[in-house]
Ligand binder design. Structure first.
Ligand code: SDX
Length: 443
């Protein structure tokens, strides 16, 4: 077999270097030996947004973007969506194997016992304005949990990691539901441990004066499957954020708060919110061509389309599209689905999208279902965060235990001024553009 090496010739010096190839990758640090002369800086790899850089090794999720494949711990997402539950899938993602009956019962009990939050957390949430975005409440409140569990900073302690994982998976739905109830001026609904993980979330969201909330089984199952589909997705922006914060050995509550903050961006987990706003703005199929024209003119993005990895149909979007029809049987059809389907049809026949390999992603149809279920648009990224907490914790634990990992501290290509010297204030000439335009730049 040919040698698993990459031979590089530095044409500046004529020197050749053989770099080992492992897992279809070279180590960027192997480039550092390539320099024009002793004492000169060695080569670095420049990769803004880490588009072609593996920053870690992981065994949690596998994605084949060309073939539209997603597997959690080797299990195809389609099988888990059909046969598993979110809580079982969360066990698989966190522990690495599907649970036995006894282990699942213990896991279910361990999560259920952590659904309550300290009453001070409730008061903390009440401090937000009524119209505070629930994602902002979630981010702040999860971060605040680090002050309730100071022992969480012992990240190298297995039992501590296990307890914080149970607490976070257990408490995210409670915090999310409290944020929603706060925004509606409704009394908070406390966890009902008789219900399933997802049924309990729906109860905390929608229970009114009835003695016991009984979730519609079709909607409960649909949301549970949506949670499964959102549970992990290799090194996406928010998971990478989780790992970067974790690399400083910060506690997992602070890391999840940062990850949720990254998820909240419109390019990432808030895209589901932006899709519904976009579909409402379109209003009718007749107005789709006008939107497509704006997108092709570069004036806006087609939200819910495109993906860094999937250059084919996002397998999750395919499943979500099927779920929509099951949900509409109960809720009545969300008219946005017709606009979405027509928008997809037109886009996938348009070379602008086809040539850029832009297909519907996980966010394109999910919001339409959430809206049909009566969930407010602002809650959509919060639902994403509830599910993704399982993935964040699994990836964080991998990071903490990875002996190759250190604190994340990348290099840069410095293109700023060479050395220059301080000029006293009275020596600086007036004139030129206004202060808020000097220097012409980002701030
Ligand atoms: C999620 O990483 C993950 O796994 C994320 C996620 C997860 O589970 O964690 O899958 C969840 O975040 C899904 C993505 C949700 N975001 C959106 O739907 C927002 C709209 N999509 C885009 O902004 C974009 O597609 C990204 C952010 C998703 C991906 O961006 P990339 O990979 O950086 O691609 P790019 O911006 O370099 O675009 C490549 C080309 C460009 O055209 P040219 O400049 O080459 O002419 O495609 C165009 C872009 O303009 N393009 C789009 C587009 N997305 C990319 N054009 C119109 N509409 C879009 N949505």
């Amino acid at each position: 077999m040919a040698s698993p090496t990459l031979t590089i010739t530095d044409n500046r010096t004529g020197k050749r270097y053989d770099l080992p190839i492992e897992h279809d990758a070279i180590r960027a640090t192997d480039l550092a030996q390539i320099r024009v002369a002793p004492g000169e800086p060695g080569l670095v790899s420049y990769d803004p947004a880490l588009i072609n850089t593996a920053a870690c090794k992981s065994k949690v999720s596998y994605i084949d973007g060309e073939r539209g494949i997603l597997r959690y711990r080797g299990y195809p997402i389609e099988e888990l969506a059909e046969k598993s539950s979110f809580l079982e899938t969360a066990y698989l993602i966190v522990k690495g194997e599907l649970p036995t009956t006894s282990h699942f019962k213990m896991w279910q009990r361990n999560i259920t016992m952590h659904t309550l939050v300290h009453e001070s957390v409730r008061h903390f949430i009440e401090g937000f304005r009524y119209d505070a975005h629930p994602m902002g409440i979630l981010i702040a409140t999860v971060g605040a949990l680090s002050t309730f569990y100071p022992e969480a900073k012992h990240v190298t302690d297995l039992e501590s990691r296990r307890v914080q994982t149970r607490r976070l998976i257990g408490k995210m739905p409670t915090i999310a539901a409290f944020a929603y109830r706060h925004s509606r001026g409704l009394p908070y609904v406390y966890p009902d441990n008789d219900l399933s993980y997802t049924g309990n979330f729906l109860s905390m969201m929608f229970k009114m004066t009835e003695l016991k909330y009984r979730p519609d089984p079709v909607l409960e199952r649909a949301l549970d499957v949506l949670f499964i589909l959102h549970a992990d997705h290799e090194q996406n922006c928010s998971t990478t954020t989780m790992r970067v914060i974790g690399s400083s050995l910060a506690d997992p509550y602070s890391a999840v708060a940062g990850a949720a903050a990254a998820l909240g961006g419109p390019r990432h987990g808030s895209a589901n919110e932006e899709v519904v706003h976009m579909l409402h703005e379109i209003g009718s199929a007749e107005r789709i061509p006008a939107l497509i024209k704006q997108v092709k003119a570069g004036e806006r993005r087609l939200m819910g389309f495109g993906h860094r990895v999937y250059k084919n149909y996002d397998p999750r979007a395919r499943i979500i599209k099927q779920i929509a029809h099951e949900v509409f049987e109960v809720t009545g059809k969300n008219p946005l689905i017709d606009i979405a389907l027509e928008l997809e049809r037109i886009a996938l026949e348009d070379n602008y999208f086809v040539s850029r390999r832009l297909y519907p992603n996980v966010d394109f149809y999910s919001g339409i279902i959430y809206e049909a279920m009566g969930l407010p648009v602002a809650m959509f990224p919060v639902l994403f965060a509830i599910a993704r907490t399982a993935g964040w914790m699994a990836q964080w634990a991998e990071l903490v235990l990875d002996e190759e990992q250190k604190i994340t501290r990348p290099k840069q290509l410095y293109l700023g001024y060479d050395e220059r010297h301080y000029v006293p204030l009275d020596g600086r000439a007036e004139g030129g553009p206004r202060e808020d335009a000097v220097p012409p730049g980002p701030l």
